[in-house]
Design a protein around this ligand. Sequence first.
Ligand SMILES: [Zn+2]
Length: 110
Amino acid sequence: MNFLNWRTEAELRQIITDESLDYDIRIKAEEERLRRKYPSCKIPGCHSIAKTTWATVPVCECHKATLTTEQLDYYAEVIKKGERTLIYTIGPYLPWKRGAAWPGQGSACI
Ligand SMILES: [Zn+2]
């Protein structure tokens, strides 16, 4: 359980700037503040903060770079469609896949 969960934004900022506190506590407070501000990366197994998007899907900077490389390799015919592994992991979140991926929530594409 994270004891910083119930802290307000102002309290978190106070912890972050209080130099008398332990460095680890201040880092954890900053992580909690960022977690509230940004969604988490949608790549399965990645718990990084998503400060950017790829095809409107929140992803971290590292995975965006990998997805972009994968896309460029695909269009340059360096890799084939089936070798684009990372994009399939965020398939359910892609706007053009939502209708098919979440049939229980109704189809977005009629
Ligand atoms: Zn990520």
